[in-house]
Design a protein around this ligand. Structure first.
Ligand SMILES: [Mn+2]
Length: 409
């Protein structure tokens, strides 16, 4: 593997440095806190394999968002260990540093917009900090694969997982994967793990290990991680990444997809029957607990699904709230009242945002969140999410409207 064919020397140097940090770790256990979608699940599989090869004991914790209460429990329970956050937390380094208070050695390996930190205990590794779009060229799985393959040649067996993670995050949206994602795809092809099929305007990647296309595998993993979040479906996902899918798991995925589609249909009906609140600049709704037991990533997927439907106003931001469950399967009960908010935009508004004629969600959501004491993470221009305290929803909408208004004047 020669990542050195890229001229992003600083990024490559950092990649090797992060790899070394994991290799040199001598503590008793590595805790991997990962996201619950396909990219997060593939990332967890890659990192846990790497740790196994290095002889580290591993504990996986699947979380949907970072929040001080969650960080507190993880670091309290695993004092003295290394904690790796992956496919999330790029923006949360300051908060994690504060909550950690020197207890753990923390590595954040993310590809969402990030904030750097000067700290002895917390290190952020994110392509965004090197002027490389993590939303276009590097999935979290690619990032984890690259640093793993730098350390151990054995890890090249898992190049296919990076391809699935990249496709899971729609990095093939322009017709095929690009940049570092492409580099790893080429590697997977050279190693006999993947093949390309061109279908009209788009490439699809066939993964021999699964005897299936990457997009289909990614959908299965996301269903396991999101729809079956409370039932710890992500564990079956990580297992499938390394051992393949058995019949039973494939049947379960089918059942889960049915559950999700039914809940989505019901929610669409609710929106069409007056459940959608129309403001001057945004349109919003509250799902309450109606998506339970699906994870809160579901509201984001739901917004994505409805964003161009006929009952949606095409010139307004779409904001959806879903109550966070009190139970985080790997961590236990939380005494909190928190709501997840997801934002998306219809295509005509998306065009305006990309032309800088309207403010993006990457600006509006963190600004409105901060005003109500919430925590935004994983924000992009046309898709973003945050957590706010229950009861703050209307205040959030009010500030959101003000922020759009102030952009226009
Ligand atoms: Mn990702």
């Amino acid at each position: 593997m020669t990542v050195s064919s890229f001229l992003n020397h600083e990024f490559v140097a950092r990649l090797e440095q992060m790899g070394k940090m994991i290799t040199d770790y001598e503590g008793e256990r590595v805790v991997i806190a990962h996201h619950n979608d396909a990219d997060g699940i593939c990332s967890a599989a890659i990192l846990s394999k790497l740790c196994e090869i290095l002889g580290h004991r591993v504990e996986l914790i699947c979380i949907e968002k970072v929040h001080p209460a969650i960080v507190e429990v993880i670091h309290g329970r695993h004092e003295g260990c290394a904690v790796i956050y992956t496919d999330l937390a790029g923006l949360a380094a300051d908060m994690i540093e504060r909550v950690n208070a020197g207890r753990c050695k923390v590595m954040i390996i993310d590809h969402h917009p990030a904030k750097a930190i000067e700290s002895r205990d917390v290190t952020v590794f994110d392509p965004e900090l090197f002027g490389i779009s993590g939303d276009t060229f590097v999935s979290a799985s690619t990032l984890n694969y690259l640093l793993s393959a730098c350390i151990s040649e054995e890890m090249q067996r898992y190049a296919y997982l990076a391809v699935i993670g990249s496709v899971g995050d729609y990095h093939d949206r322009s017709g095929g994967v690009l940049g570092f994602d492409r580099f790893v795809l080429d590697e997977a092809i050279n190693l006999g793990q993947a093949r390309i099929k061109i279908e009209r305007f788009k490439e699809r990647y066939f993964i021999d290990f699964f005897d299936e296309f990457a997009d289909i595998v990614a959908e299965r993993l996301t269903a396991l991680g999101v729809v079956a979040y409370e039932a710890m479906g992500y564990r079956k996902g990580v297992k499938a990444c390394l051992e393949g899918f058995d019949e039973k798991t494939i049947d379960e995925v089918e059942r889960l997809e049915k559950v999700r589609d039914e809940k989505f249909e019901k929610a669409i009906l609710m929106l069409r029957n007056g459940g959608l609140n129309i403001e001057k600049y945004c349109q919003w709704f509250h799902l309450g607990d109606s998506f339970s037991p699906m994870g809160v990533k579901a509201v984001g997927e739901f917004c994505q699904k409805i964003k161009d439907m006929v009952f949606v106003k095409e010139d307004r931001y779409i904001l959806g709230f879903q109550n966070c469950p009190k139970d985080i399967p790997d961590l236990g009960e939380f005494k909190w009242n928190v709501v997840k908010l997801s934002g998306r935009v219809p295509i005509p508004l998306e065009r305006k945002i990309l032309n800088n004629e309207a403010p993006g969600l990457d600006v509006l959501i963190p600004a409105a969140s901060e005003a109500v004491g919430g925590i935004a993470d994983a924000t992009h221009r046309i898709a973003a999410a945050t957590l706010v305290d229950m009861g703050k929803e209307e205040e959030f909408i009010k500030v959101f409207e003000e922020k759009v208004e102030s952009f226009r004047h």
